[in-house]
Design a protein around this ligand. Structure first.
Ligand code: ZN
Length: 313
């Protein structure tokens, strides 16, 4: 992609994902995290973390990949970016010599589904919530739709269960949180949960309102994760490190606290300018604020919640 078309593309992305951010000065934001365009992946190394006897997490660039490997074969959760597929396959080969049979997508963002086409061409069966398939077919962030081979070939409405490698994995649609296709996968025997991007250890949640994400759904889904998880459950977030329900509780309470503060100001008829001036996230910004260069700012996070609670979405 040429630099001018890259810039044009960034503009389209900003118009889309930040369509609600009309009050906040946006400055220059490169969507550094979720888009492959213009990025050099040559220095990215894939790091493997063993989570249980049969589950691994691959860390590279983009969303965390779950690998479920056993006698029956390999099952993947998400696949990062297309330029990383060969490195990802090499990392999986270190874990298992069995075939990669299935791939499930947690949601539509390019840092989670960018490898779909490569894996589809290798004969991997792609599974995804029906909203993921339809959103991808429409083209995400005004991108052209991918070829059919990159789309889920097996879709579900509520949930789907996999029986492989001597255990069951249950994938289920959660309320519209990060997007309207958010899917969480619970590996029952291993007691490992992959949450997709509803939960991350790296920053405030990202609520992609353009693709159906909601603040209230985010809280509901975090509560579902806390219901499903036990103190022993290992939790793979969409971004960040393997953790447990205590971290999810901390994250949930932080998000809910910010939401409660904004809700109180909305109930008092405060404007978005007044809410931003009140610095409702102040004590959380150091730990949870978006990193430099991120495509969202903390003020935009506040504004997305405000718009939803004020009924302005
Ligand atoms: Zn995402």
């Amino acid at each position: 992609m040429t630099s001018s078309s890259t810039i044009a593309w960034f503009k389209r992305v900003r118009q889309g994902i930040l369509a609600v951010a009309t009050v906040v000065a946006t400055g220059l934001m490169l969507p550094a995290e979720i888009f492959a365009q213009g990025r050099d992946f040559s220095a990215v190394a894939i790091k493997t973390h063993q989570v249980s006897d049969t589950i691994y997490m691959l860390e590279g660039a983009g969303g965390n990949i779950g690998v479920w490997a056993g006698d029956d074969g390999v099952f993947l959760v998400d696949d990062q970016y297309a330029p990383l597929t060969e490195k990802i396959l090499a990392a999986i080969a270190e874990i298992s010599d069995r075939d990669i049979r299935f791939l499930i997508n947690t949601h539509i963002h390019p840092d989670h589904v960018g490898g779909n086409e490569n894996l589809g061409r290798r004969g991997v069966a792609i599974i995804g919530h029906e909203n993921i398939r339809s959103r991808l077919m429409d083209g995400v962030f005004n991108n052209p739709p991918p070829p059919d081979i990159a789309l889920p070939v097996i879709t579900f409405e509520d949930n789907i269960t996999f029986h492989l490698n001597g255990e069951e994995a249950h994938a289920f649609k959660v309320p519209n949180s990060h997007t309207d296709g958010d899917t969480i996968i619970h590996f029952h025997g291993s007691d490992v949960l992959h949450t997709g991007d509803v939960f991350r250890t790296t920053s405030y949640p990202v609520i992609d309102t353009r693709h159906g994400g909601t603040f209230k759904g985010t809280i509901e889904t975090l509560d579902i994760i806390l219901e499903v998880a036990s103190p022993d459950t290992k939790i793979i977030p969409g971004h960040g490190f393997v953790t447990d329900e205590i971290m999810v509780q901390t994250f949930r309470d932080m998000v809910a606290t910010i939401g409660d503060r904004i809700a109180a100001m909305v109930a008092d008829g405060k404007s978005i300018e007044a809410v931003l001036a009140a610095k409702v996230t102040a004590e959380f910004d150091e730990r949870w604020g978006y990193p430099d260069g991120f495509f969202f700012t903390n003020d935009q996070f506040i504004q997305i919640i405000y718009n939803e609670l004020a009924g302005e979405n």
